[in-house]
Design a protein. Structure first.
Length: 283
């Protein structure tokens, strides 16, 4: 066993103690830096960016065919979940069809610029807003972290449109610029806009941005996949250590494993029995 001597507590807190298991952070396929710079400009100014046609229509249809039969309930338990909205939880333990969206290189490239390495997946859901659903209450996704605003975001989210998002079928309603607010609530005078976009597109937004699902005034459902991410020191919304079995986690890519929590935040946040959590996935 090797021995290290740290000069002081700062040296210790920043130490990379993981030996065998080096982080996969930043090792995804490269994305044009100018593209990411443009995305970040929108995020900084507006709190969100819509990226058109990030996945193909064929990929959307493959996701639809896989997930729709998995819905069990036709309504949620409250008006936040939606009284006419279907939600699929524990997605990764049921299907891997959404994994490519969670680890899409352009999404990871943006997250790499927002958070320190080894940020986490906070939750993953498939959501189908059915006809007649009312608008969801406006909220910001990291509002449950009890730190006063204004502040940098502690989380970020993606909503991938599997159906076209329109102003009438439940497109996510966004309050542009609200990511910079203090603790005030949205008022009647604050501008709101639906995230209208084609199927295969994604809206990426900061956890401090006020938003909510829109009302569905059509006769068809509106399907999407949403992944939320959080800083490496924040507690995840979904307890992936319980909702995703080790057998399923072993079948995931190194990026997904890292996002689920099989990773370390220096010096040792996330350890298991004093060791790196990836040891649990060894055969």
């Amino acid at each position: 066993m090797s021995h290290r001597v740290f000069a002081d507590s700062r040296d210790f807190l920043n130490a990379q103690l993981a030996g065998k298991y080096t982080s996969t952070a930043g090792s995804q396929a490269p994305v044009d830096p100018d593209v990411i710079a443009g995305d970040l400009e929108h995020l900084t100014r507006d709190g969100f960016v819509i990226i058109e046609d990030l996945i193909t229509r064929a990929e959307c249809e493959a996701i639809r065919a896989d997930v729709v039969p998995r819905f069990v309930h036709d309504r949620g338990r409250n008006n936040f979940e939606g009284f006419a909205t279907q939600r699929l939880y524990a997605v990764i333990d049921k299907t891997f069809v959404c994994n490519p969206l969670v680890e899409h290189p352009r999404i990871l490239a943006l997250l790499d610029r927002l958070f320190e390495p080894n940020y986490l997946l906070s939750q993953l859901q498939v959501i189908n807003i059915l006809p007649g659903e009312a608008a969801q209450p406006l909220h910001h996704d990291d509002g449950f972290y009890p730190l006063p605003r204004p502040r940098p975001p502690l989380s970020a989210a993606t909503i991938f449109a599997i159906d076209d998002f329109t102003a009438d079928n439940g497109a996510t309603v966004i309050v542009p610029g609200s990511h910079t607010w203090d603790d005030r609530l949205p008022g009647d005078g604050d501008a709101r806009m639906p995230a209208v976009m084609r199927a295969g597109s994604v809206v990426f937004f900061l956890g401090t941005l006020w938003h909510g699902g829109g009302a569905n005034r059509t006769d068809r459902g509106r399907l999407c996949v949403t992944a939320q991410y959080c800083a490496r020191w924040c507690r995840q919304q979904e307890n992936f250590s319980l909702s995703v079995s080790r057998e399923r986690a072993r079948q995931c890519s190194p990026h997904i494993q890292r996002l689920l929590g099989y990773s370390i935040a220096p010096p040792f946040i996330g350890f298991v029995d004093g060791k790196h959590p990836l040891r649990l996935l060894e055969d």
